[in-house]
Design a protein. Structure first.
Length: 248
């Protein structure tokens, strides 16, 4: 089948495209780089011709509350409208574990708005909720840094390898729509401080990492289990320690 991957040239999207091709499907990457812009609608009608499935792994270029809300509302509305016109039968979106618990945060509020649009669209859908990626450990630490100290929330995290996320998204795309949510997570649970410490180690980073009950995750304080998946989550195989060893 033809599967169009919105955000198909990014970290996750490019891997989804390759995995879909390995599964024997026609995978088409779509992004502003390929002439497809979901914010303006440019190129959508053409790229969706003959498509059975659309996978949306795109992300907002700005995480400012108003900008990120505008991005997800506008891009998702345009995309769903174009899918209906093209006869697409399955919409797959990548979202984040804990989104429904972090509505006070502007980014998660925007992701929740995106999910509501998908559910109300009338197009069969599957929403994949993933935990945080291994690859973003340093960026997360940077967002929590004050001077030479990283103030990690007193919460738990179950990170996942981006390749495992892409594999789950690709398999979901070619399976029957669930008209609901699928959760995916890595095999190991860490305290946030431990995760950040381990993520900074390969770069010989000298910052001090502390556990702070008021430490913020992209502007929001966390309860202990806010970022953890439920008991029915699909558990990926790649361990953070093994991935880190390959980064040396």
């Amino acid at each position: 089948m033809k599967v169009v991957v919105i955000g198909g040239t990014g970290l996750i999207g490019s891997q989804v495209v390759e995995k879909l091709k390995e599964l024997g499907h026609e995978a088409v990457p779509a992004s502003p780089n390929t002439g497809v812009n979901t914010l303006t609608g440019e190129g959508l009608a053409d790229v969706l011709k003959g498509a059975s499935v659309v996978v949306d792994v795109s992300n907002s270029p700005s995480f400012a509350p108003d900008a990120v809300m505008e991005f997800f509302r506008t891009s998702t509305t345009n995309l769903l409208s174009a899918e209906a016109a093209a006869g697409v039968t399955h919409h797959v979106a990548l979202s984040v574990v804990g989104t429904e618990r972090l509505e006070k945060n502007g980014y998660f509020r925007a992701k929740l708005a995106q999910e509501h649009l998908i559910k109300a669209s009338g197009v069969a859908y599957s929403i994949v909720h993933a935990t945080q990626f291994f690859e973003f450990a340093k960026a997360i630490a940077d967002s929590m840094t004050e001077g030479d100290t990283v103030r990690a929330p007193a919460a738990k995290i179950r990170p996942i390898y981006s390749g495992d996320v892409a594999d789950a998204v690709a398999r979901t795309a070619v399976d029957t729509p669930v008209d609901g949510m699928v959760e995916i997570a890595g095999p190991d649970t860490f305290d946030f401080k431990e995760f950040v410490d381990m993520g900074l180690a390969p770069g010989n980073d000298t910052r001090t990492v502390v556990s702070d009950p008021h430490g913020q995750y992209f502007g929001s304080e966390l309860e202990e289990n806010d970022l953890l998946p439920g008991p029915d989550a699909q558990i990926a195989g790649t361990r953070f320690t093994d991935w880190l060893a390959r980064q040396q």
